[in-house]
Structure formats: C-alpha cells, structure tokens
Write a protein that binds this ligand. Structure first.
Ligand code: SF4
Length: 554
C-alpha cells in the first residue's frame, strides 16, 4: 500500500529527553527569553512512554551541571535523594572484603547527591515545560536524514506493522521531521547516532573506539538501619576476574531504599561474560548481603555506559548536527559520572544553537562554536584529566590501580598516553582460543535463582516494567541467522545468550539441532548485544515509540 509521510518542520529537533536533551531545551528557551528573541520552534522527542522512562543510572550526581543550568535547583525542589554523607571503597574477595584505608581524592563524593535519574529527568522535564517547550514522549526516531552532506532531520518509527513488516489496520507511517539543526542526545550507543557515524564517517576520524560497560542494577527497600541516606560504597574485585574491568556500588537513598549495581566491561575475553549473572553473584557476597537480606527488590534495570572518556569523543558537530551527553561519550570514567557532563554539553549546544538561529546559519562553521565552547570548558578539563583511566586497566585490576595512581599524580597522563585501538567485541576469544590462553573452558558460575533474593533474568525484566507490542517487526535485526546457528555456535557458543541481561536470546532445541530464538519484547534497550556480538550481525533499531522499559525510582 502506497503512503505518504507527513512532513513536520521545526527550527531545532532534540532527540532524547535525558539530562542532555532537557538541558539543551531548557537553555535554548531561557536564552531566547533573556535575549528577547522570538522563541525558536523546538521539538523534543523521546522513545520512552514518559519522560524518564528510559533514564537509568546509579546515581551519584555532581551538581556542577545542574547548578550552572538552574542555580536554584534546590529551591525548585529537584528530587535529590540525599547529599552524600560518607564514602567508602572495599576490595572484595570471594568471601571476604578489605576496606581501603582511604578513598582517592578524585573519588570523593562530598557535596554530591544520590539521585534517582529517572525521577530527576522527570523533574527537569517539568522545568523545561514551564518555559513553554513541549516534550513528545513516545515518539521514536528511526532514521537520521542526511542530504547533500547536511543533516536535515529524522524519520520517526512506523507504527502498526506486523512481524513481517506488512501494514496492519492501525498502520501509521512515521513522519519526516525537518529541522535546521538536529541535536542528538539519545544516550549510550543511540541508533541515530550510529547512523550519523555511518553516514558521516568524518565524525569518527582519528577517534579511539569507544569502550563500554554494562551496568545492571536493582533498587531495594531494606530494614531500618542497614544504610544511611547518602552513604556511598564502591566495591571492586569479586566476582570480576582480576583481568577484567568493572565494579559495584551501593548507594543509600531515602526511605530505606538502596541502589545496588554492578558494572561489567564488555571487552572481556570470556564468551560467557554475563553481566546479570555477575551482578547476582555480587549480591551474594556477605558484604552486600548484610545490607540487602530481608529486604524487598523493587526495580531492575540495565544499560551500557560509554567508558573510554576523552579519546573516544567524536567530532561534536556537522552541518545541521550536534552530539551531546552519552551520545558524544561525555562520561568521566574515573568517577563513572556523566549526568553533569551531559547537562553541560546541553548548555553549550544550546548556546551554539541560539547563535546559529541569530545568524540564520546552521552550517558546521557556525556549529563548530560548540567544540570551541567545549574546549574552553570545565567539561573538557575534567575529561582530559581522566583520559587514560580506562585504558590503564588493560593489563588487569592491579596494574590499573597502579596506573590510576600515576595518572592522579601526573594530571591524567600517567606513565604515557594510552590509546586503545580495538572495539570491545574484538577482545572476545573463541572457546578454543580461551582454552588455549587460560587452560580452562570458558564458563560462568551456576547460580540458583530463588527469585526472592537472587533473581533470574525474566523476573528481573518484569521488575523493569518493560512492555513491547509483540506484533511488530523485531527491533533486533539479525543480518545473518546462519552465522548464529553455525559458526557462532561452534566457535563462541552463542555469547548473546549470556551477555543479554534480559533473556532475549535463547538457543532452543528442535529435536535435531539447536537454533537461536529471540524474544524482543523482553528487551530493556541496554544495547549490549549491538556492541558485544563477536560477528556484529545484531543490529538494534528502535521499536514502536512508547515501548521498552518503564523505569521508576531507578
Ligand atoms: Fe540489551 Fe540487546 Fe538484550 Fe535488548 S536484546 S536487553 S539491547 S542485550
């Protein structure tokens, strides 16, 4: 059936209503008002069913960003769980733990706040709307439109297709949103950002490949006295092998709620690297258990984290395009914090957008002011100082700690500048190569999930509020199923069964053989599969708008 797409026009299109997108919209509206400019048309779209539905983080927030954007954020009742009251770091062995006698100064969290990111973004959205900007939640961008070397907008997702892609009776074609400038604030490994990198290769010219962690978290309500609001505990060691990157956190929230999570590097050699499994093992450690046991698990979530820092920041602008927040890799790997940097990037992109509006020039010449602002900002200084942190752990945990110490002494350089050159999935070894290198077959510990304290993936997915309509094309596109069912099965043992924290991928016996089967409706949109698949045959594309996780209090 032929159809025409509706064409919508706007001055500024912002994709993603996380901290970066909301900061961008807020600052543009504020600058337009303070400079008595005609308010530009701003379209802010987000794929979640409500603002904050897909926002997930630990999180301890450095208030530097929000204080610059909304100096009276406290008076405006920003939802801060608690000001950080104490910091501690522990090294975990399988059954024991050692508290570090001191927390490195760069990891002090004095003056920072424990927050629920999805509550915080919902509050930011209220501030944005109060300035007259409408936010369109449930509207998902599907394709980035690039014409004549210029980004001209976005096509939104078609709604009402069946699994084969045929139009159903409720079919609504996606619209074309034409914008003078498109600002991508999609979060980690966004699908439109990926289009931008593919269609405009110069965005990644001379940029070091990004390196990712998958973070898995739960929010618990625990008995009185287990943890104070604002108490921050960071943990490293068990269950990560010492040659792999990652660690855990426990943050005290209000009302006896606790944010507990574990991050796992996706540059693991083990094809059975399973962030969810490691998180549950970590919860079973006596130090974590004594806080959580007897409590109730309320929420679950998982997402990837861009962790390579400064050297993986792409070119931030192109004709008609700017990149902000996690889409631009703006995360400090040393502090594992990105909310303040996302907000700051949004502020700088907004200032640049206003300059472009005034000059009526959205070419990269004008938009390059965004990069100039970044280069002169505290965001650049902070990211530059942490530029070698992640790469310093390439030789394992203890070498990494030594290098981190050297980097603190030398303003970030360490013994020498370290640049990684491989993509995360290129570190994964085949079963045979793993056996040859480590003398054992790749494996992961078997855990008994009682679904009262240790939860299996499906129970956890239920606690993420994830919803997808079954009747639609799979948003996990496998470009070659034969590879999954033959080569990948033999060589790697189908790592997707392990690294996906939502039990989307499963090898199912059909009586003769086993074949890969997908349940896309479980997907929590973490993007791990798109990053970690060793053959790169999995492509995550946006499902219908308003679907995916519905995070609350996360
Ligand atoms: Fe994450 Fe991919 Fe699993 Fe979805 S299918 S939850 S994006 S790993």
């Amino acid at each position: 059936m032929e159809f025409e797409r509706e064409i919508l026009e706007t001055d500024i299109l912002i994709v993603g209503a996380g901290p970066a997108g909301l900061a961008t919209a807020y600052k543009i509206a504020q600058l337009a008002q303070s400079q008595s400019l005609e308010m530009p048309e701003i379209l802010l779209i987000d794929k979640g069913s409500y603002t904050g539905a897909h926002a997930l983080s630990g999180a301890v927030m450095d208030p530097k960003g929000i204080a610059e954007l909304i100096p009276d954020f406290k008076e405006k009742n920003a939802p801060l769980e608690a000001e950080v009251s104490s910091d501690a770091m522990h090294y975990l062995s399988e059954n024991g733990s050692s508290k570090l006698p001191f927390v490195p100064p760069s990891l002090h969290n004095t003056g920072k706040y424990v927050i629920s990111l999805n509550k915080f973004t919902a509050w930011m959205a209220e501030q944005v709307e109060a300035l007259g900007v409408d936010i369109y939640a449930g509207l998902a961008g599907y394709d980035l439109i690039v014409e004549d070397n210029k980004v001209t907008g976005v096509q939104t997702v078609d709604m009402g297709l069946d699994k084969e892609g045929n139009q159903r009776s409720n079919f609504e074609p996606g619209s074309i949103i034409q914008a003078k400038v498109t600002i991508l604030c999609e979060g980690v490994h966004g699908s439109l950002t990926r289009h931008a990198f593919e269609k405009i290769p110069e965005l990644l010219k001379d940029v070091v490949p990004q390196s990712y962690l998958t973070g898995v978290k739960e929010v618990w309500e625990v008995p009185d006295g287990r943890i104070q609001p604002g108490e921050v505990i960071h943990l490293f060691g068990y269950p990560q092998p010492s040659n792999e990157y990652g660690g855990g956190w426990i943050y005290g929230m209000t009302d006896n709620k606790v944010s507990v999570g574990f991050t796992v590097g996706l540059n693991s050699p083990n094809p059975q690297n399973d962030p969810h499994n490691k998180f549950q093992l970590y919860k079973n450690h006596p130090l974590v258990k004594k806080i959580l046991e007897g409590g109730t698990m309320l929420h679950y979530g998982a997402k990837t984290i861009p962790d390579n820092g400064y050297y993986s920041i792409p070119k931030l602008y192109h004709n008609g395009l700017m990149l902000c927040g996690d889409s631009a890799g703006m995360l400090n790997p040393l502090k594992l914090k990105g909310v303040h940097l996302a907000i700051k990037s949004g502020i700088m992109a907004a200032e640049t957008a206003i300059e472009a509006i005034k000059a009526d020039d959205f070419s990269e010449k004008t938009l390059s002011n965004y990069k100039t602002k970044f280069d002169n900002s505290w965001a650049k200084t902070e990211l530059y100082e942490s530029r070698n942190f992640h790469a310093g752990f390439k030789g394992g945990l203890f070498a990494g700690m030594f290098h981190a110490g050297m980097q603190i002494i030398t303003g970030g350089r360490g013994l020498f500048d370290r640049k990684v050159s491989k993509l995360d999935h290129e570190y994964m070894l085949t079963k045979k190569a793993y056996q040859q290198k480590f003398g054992v077959e790749p494996s992961k510990p078997t855990l008994k999930f009682d679904n009262e304290y240790l939860f299996d993936k499906l129970t956890n997915v239920y606690k993420s509020g994830t919803m997808h309509e079954e009747e639609q094309p799979s948003h996990l596109q496998i470009t070659d199923f034969d590879i999954c069912n033959t080569k990948c099965k033999e060589e790697y043992g189908n790592p997707c069964q392990h690294f996906c924290p939502a039990h989307v991928y499963e090898m199912v016996e059909d009586g003769i053989d086993s074949k890969l089967q997908l349940t896309p409706s479980n997907c929590v949109h973490c993007k791990t599969c798109d990053i970690a698949d060793p053959y790169q045959v999995i492509r995550w594309v946006t499902p219908q708008g308003g679907e995916g996780p519905n995070y609350t209090n996360c």
